[in-house]
Ligand binder design. Sequence first.
Ligand code: GRF
Length: 202
Amino acid sequence: LSVVALISGGGSNLQALIDAQAAGLPIRIVAVISNRADAPGLDRARHHGIPAEILSHRDYPDRETYDADLQRLIDRHDPGLVVLAGFMRILTPEFVNHYRGRMFNIHPSLLPKFRGLHTHQRALDADETEHGASVHFVTAELDGGPIILQARVPVLPEDDAATLAARVLEQEHRIYPAAVGWFAEGRLKLGEDGRPWLDGEP
Ligand code: GRF
C-alpha cells in the first residue's frame, strides 16, 4: 500500500510508520509533505530516503487554493492512503471528500471527547481519570470522522500536560501503525453507511 504522510512538526507518528514499514508492515511511504519548511519531521523522511516536499500555506491567499495544490502534489504519488501525522491545518470539504475512505488522522484524545487543540490540558482540567488517542477516517467534520482504533491511558494525580502527552504519544505510535496495517491488508474500509468496517478480529 503506497502512503503519503502529511506533517507540520516533529513527525514522531511519521517515524512510527517508517519503523513499522522497516519491520515489515506492508506499506511504502512514497512521500512526506509538510506545510512548514522547518518541520523536523522532514529530516526524518530525508534520513530514510523518502521524498520530503514542502507546500507552504504562506504562499497561498486562501484555503481552497492551498488545498487544490496540495491535492495535485499528493496525487502525483497516487497513494492508496493519505495519513495526517501531526498535520496542523484544517482541510476544505472538497479536499477531504476527494480522499474519502482513504485518509486517516490521529488525534490525542478519546474522541468524541476533546476535539480541537490542547487536549491534554483540557482532560486534566476536566478531572478525567482516563485519556488517550484515536485514529479515525478524515471527514469534513474536524476530528469528527468514524473512529477506527483508540488507546486508553490513565491520568495520574501527579500528571501535567507534558507527562500526560508523553503517555498518550507512546500509545499513538502503537495504534497508528496498527490501523494503517489493517487498511494495507484490506481488512478495514469505510462503509457506505459511513461506519468503519473491519473483518475478522482485530
Ligand atoms: C501528536 O499529539 C498527535 O496526536 C497530533 O500531533 C502531535 C504531534 O505529532 N496529531 P507528531 O509527533 O508530529 O507525529
